[in-house]
Every structure is written in C-alpha cells, then in structure tokens.
Write a protein that binds this ligand. Structure first.
Ligand code: ITT
Length: 204
C-alpha cells in the first residue's frame, strides 16, 4: 500500500460506504477521514445534483475538502425505481419488499449508480459518476456488505451477489469504486489551489 500523500473527508453515516471508499482511495495514496453527521439532501432525480449540494454545504460549514456520495439501485422493469429513493425504499419495503415487487418478473436487469461529489472551500462541487450493471437475484444471498447487496448480481462476477463477495471483490465491480477511481485520478492530477472556473463534471 502506498504511503498516504493526501487526505479527504467523506461525509457519510453509512459505515459500509466508508470502508469501501477507504480501500479504493488508499490504493491512490489518499487517506479517507469519516465525517458522520447528517448530510443536507435536496430532492432531485439527479444523483449528482444531490451529492453536489451535500458536498457544497458541508465544505462551507467545515472549511475542508470533502466528498459526499448519493447512490441508488435502478431496476429496469420498475422504470428505475427505487433510484434516488433507494435509502427510503430500503428502510421501508427493504430487500424482501423489492423481491416481492419482482415476483414472476423475467427481466431482472438493474444497475447501481454512484455519484461522488468533491468540494473544497472556494471551489464549485464536481461530480464523478460510476455505474455497475447487473440483475436482481431470485432470493437474497450472502451476509457481507450492506443495503441491497444480497440481491444484486453484478455482470462479470459469476452468479454471486455483492453480499457473497468480500469488500475487495465487490470493489472490482462496484459503482462506488468506479466513481471513486475517477475522482482519485482527477484529485491526484490536480495542482493546488484548484481552479474553480473550469467545468470538470464527469459522467459515463
Ligand atoms: P449517506 O447518505 O449517509 O452516505 P445512505 O446509506 O443514506 O448513507 P444513500 O442516500 O446514497 O446513502 O443511500 C442509497 C441507498 O441505496 C442505501 O441506503 C442502500 O440501501 C442502497 N445502496 C447504495 N449503494 C449500495 C451498495 O453498494 N450496496 C447495496 N446497497 C446500496
């Protein structure tokens, strides 16, 4: 593991997200510090808009460079539900409820999206998007990870769900790892202080 050359805060209450981010970013020599307060969330269908706003508000409040993430599971046959409402859907209908909605449904394709936004004092927030395509399993399997991991089978990972993979293996396929790798490559290439005028938003 390279020595840590840089540090960034990650505003999240979700410890699973934090552990995944630490593993990805440490490969780039970036140490992640956890900021676990509630993040300010706006209502939007656009994950980047949500995470940009959260990162801007927190960076202004604390005066430090930080990332915030908004993520969601988009099920094709449900026209993208739960999408930006994944956190609420997980707390209400949960894994079982989503499986129930898909009972008898043949098209089980779905994708996870992660929108990681970075903001630093005096800088406009930048968003980095990562997508993991796959499908929803017939039943919940595995005990690792968090959220909808027990029912998501990523393309290229055999028949296993994210919850049947260890963290390092999930990071080979995950939406979050892809978004964070884009962020890390940009972050490492930047000269400080950053130029806030450039439009550096990145999308797939
Ligand atoms: P923070 O806002 O504090 O970061 P959160 O868990 O509420 O934590 P999101 O609003 O991004 O984060 O929640 C999206 C939900 O989507 C999350 O609660 C999970 O249920 C689900 N989710 C997102 N990424 C996931 C992943 O990698 N594996 C499984 N479920 C995931």
């Amino acid at each position: 593991m390279p020595p840590h050359e840089a540090e960034v805060f990650f505003l999240t209450k979700n410890f699973g997200k934090f552990k995944e981010a630490s593993a990805v970013l440490s490969r780039f020599g970036i140490r992640v510090l956890r900021m676990s307060e509630d993040r300010v969330e706006i209502q939007s269908d656009d994950l980047c808009e949500i995470s940009k706003f959260s990162s801007l508000e927190a960076s202004k409040a604390h005066g430090v460079p930080l990332i915030a993430e908004d993520a969601g599971l988009f099920v094709y046959s449900l026209r993208g539900f739960p999408g930006p409402y994944s956190s609420y859907a997980f707390r209400t209908i949960g894994v079982r409820g989503l499986l129930k909605l898909l009972e008898g449904v043949v098209d089980r394709r779905a994708e996870f999206k992660s929108a990681v936004s970075f903001c630093a004092p005096g800088l406009d927030p930048l968003c980095f998007l990562g997508i993991a395509r796959g499908r929803i399993s017939e039943e919940a399997r595995g005990s690792q990870g968090f959220g909808f991991d027990p029912i998501f089978i990523p393309d290229g990972g055999g028949e296993r769900t994210f919850a049947e993979m260890g963290l390092e293996e999930k990071n080979k396929y995950s939406h979050r790892a892809k978004a964070l790798e884009k962020f890390a490559r940009w972050f490492k290439g930047e000269k400080w202080p950053l130029n806030s005028d450039a439009d550096r938003s990145e999308a797939e």
